[in-house]
Design a binder for this molecule. Structure first.
Ligand SMILES: [Ca+2]
Ligand SMILES: [Ca+2]
Length: 83
């Protein structure tokens, strides 16, 4: 048996884990980027008016606005799957 095998397997697993974590981080960055683009007046929330530029977002706006304050926070926005 090759004694190196467990080390190689562990490294492969670690590499898989790291690349998955990096992928998730990239997704998060992307949604933050989209959020900032939509937040025209830069107040940290997307209003319905700001959401109008994206028909998918506009349609989903009321459902996504969990606390019903008429604004989407970043947390509310991240739960949606809007590109
Ligand atoms: Ca705003
Ligand atoms: Ca809200």
């Amino acid at each position: 048996m090759n004694k190196q095998f467990p080390v190689i397997a562990a490294m492969a697993l670690l590499t898989m884990f790291v690349s998955q974590a990096a992928g998730a981080a990239a997704d998060l960055d992307k949604s933050i980027e989209t959020f900032k683009k939509l937040d025209v007046n830069n107040n940290g929330f997307i209003s319905l008016k700001e959401a109008e530029v994206n028909p998918d977002l506009e349609d989903a706006f009321v459902d996504a606005d969990v606390n019903e304050d008429g604004q989407l926070s970043l947390a509310e926005f991240e739960k949606m799957n809007i590109e």
